[in-house]
Design a protein around this ligand. Structure first.
Ligand SMILES: [Zn+2]
Length: 467
């Protein structure tokens, strides 16, 4: 019997994936869906019966739990800092308790959607799905479109697809006050930082995180103790975040006395043993550093210090430049067409580590870009054709192309086109490239890794230089 597989869409939160499966199967009762999920999941893994819901969904999607957790849970923002003994990868067997407790949660109480994402999804896919980035606390605008997110009013928002709530008119516009908040520098930085935290595969070492946050706070003339005369982090946030945003997201802070210790936020720079909320860390990082890139470099530094012993020497050899994983490998990636074995010695990285890192960053091998029909269908799709049309034109199944879409970060299409170009100029079937569709606007919200640190301008610039 063929198993039913309804794959998660790029950036789709697990809870919405579950809802969409139930919707497509026509199962409206929670109990029946639970039974279906257990039955399906047991076919793919008989090892346990009381596993987290996230593991069951990963199983029916044919993904490893660690990959599914990184791409579809929100644990990256729910567990930003952790004690040294609790730093396993999200979804790893050692972290089962966290996966059970937090795996299906989002950061907001209600479900939010972006009307423009819905519209584009429908044009492109004929159905729409919820996005994790829209469920981030403190993010009120779609990171791709900068349009205000709207709230679903239904009591179980995940049981229908976003387009249905739009059609029924059961959505509510935001109450954001001033209308220019979306272009406010603090709000933009916050959004980028929160989206990047969301992509993290594991929590950060709490002690190191607090130490770096504390050092930075003192450098800015803030105090990191409960009592004292200097202003503290919460005073800085009050000064730098726009009032409309604070009223929505930190209402308790607005009436705070200057200089008073506000535990929910000031704890981030003072405690090395009690983790704060992910929202507090995102707020602190936004207030303390002027650019998301600097935040990224600081977090990379912590990651490098915490690399498992076996990886340390390998990581150290490339850790001199914190921007390395931000795009420093890009030329080599294009030149070697993503072949890990060819790249590893040149980059001075162990092949296993490099493969793992590239999987995390959503960078597949590009060696068969010019010849494999699935890549050609992927590029057609990337250029704006609908998925069914692109697959039909190249004679491949939608599942094969979906796998590439799910795996690839936003810049992979760009890289694939470059490889294709160089292959074409080196000789092969010159006629083929002319059949490739034109490049589409790069701002499509397609990839689950779109907001990943690896993708931002650095990679884009590098890839443009290379072309
Ligand atoms: Zn959008």
């Amino acid at each position: 019997m063929r198993r039913i597989q309804i794959e998660p869409m790029p950036g789709e939160p697990a809870i919405a994936h579950a809802g969409r499966i139930a919707f497509f199967l026509g199962v409206s009762s929670t109990q029946k869906f639970d039974q279906w999920l257990k039955r399906e999941w047991n076919q793919s893994d008989k090892s346990a019966t009381s596993s987290p819901r996230l593991a069951q969904l990963a199983g029916v999607a044919g993904m490893s739990l660690v990959d599914y957790a990184r791409q579809h849970s929100m644990m990256g923002v729910l567990r930003v800092g952790a004690r040294p003994s609790e730093m396993a990868l999200h979804g790893a067997p050692e972290a089962t308790n966290f996966t059970k407790r937090l795996g299906m949660l989002t950061q907001k109480k209600e479900a939010f959607l972006c009307p423009r994402c819905v519209q584009e999804d429908l044009e492109h896919w004929k159905f729409s799905w919820f996005r994790r980035t829209h469920q981030l606390q403190g993010v009120d605008w779609c990171p791709s479109h900068r349009t205000p997110l709207v709230k679903v009013k239904g009591s179980n928002p995940w049981e229908l697809l976003p387009q249905h709530w739009m059609e029924k008119g059961e959505v509510e516009g935001p109450n954001l006050g001033a209308s220019d908040l979306e272009s406010n520098d603090f709000v933009l930085r916050f959004t980028e930082i929160a989206c990047a935290l969301l992509e993290r595969p594991r929590p950060l070492h709490l002690g190191r995180l607090a130490r770096l946050l504390g050092d930075r706070a003192r450098e800015l003339g803030l105090r990191t103790s409960q009592d004292g005369v200097k202003p503290n982090l919460s005073d800085l946030v009050l000064r730098s975040a726009p009032e409309g945003w604070l009223i929505c997201h930190w209402p308790e802070l607005v009436d705070k006395k200057p200089g008073s210790f506000y535990f929910g936020l000031d704890n981030t720079v003072s405690s090395r043993t009690v983790p704060s909320t992910g929202f507090a860390y995102a707020t602190a990082l936004t207030a303390l550093w002027p650019t998301p890139l600097q935040v990224h470099q600081m977090l990379t530094q912590i990651d490098v210090e915490d690399a498992p012993t076996g990886e340390k020497s390998v990581k150290r050899s490339i850790a001199k430049d914190p921007a390395f994983w931000h795009g420093g490998f890009w030329n080599e990636y294009i030149e070697q067409q993503g072949r890990v074995r060819a790249m590893a010695p040149k980059l001075g990285v162990h092949p296993t580590h490099l493969r793992e890192k590239f999987n995390q960053l959503g960078l597949p091998s590009l060696h068969d870009v010019g010849t494999a029909p699935r890549w050609r269908a992927y590029l057609r799709f990337e250029a704006g054709e609908s998925l069914p049309a692109a697959c039909a034109a190249e004679g491949v199944s939608e599942a094969e192309v979906l796998e590439l879409i799910r795996l690839s970060c936003a810049r992979v299409a760009n890289g694939a086109r470059q490889v294709l170009k160089s292959q074409a100029s080196a000789l092969i079937e010159p006629g083929r490239t002319s059949a490739m569709p034109a490049k589409r606007n790069a701002q499509k919200p397609l990839s689950s890794s779109e907001s990943h640190f690896c993708d931002v301008e650095a990679v884009e610039q590098l890839s443009e230089q290379a072309s």
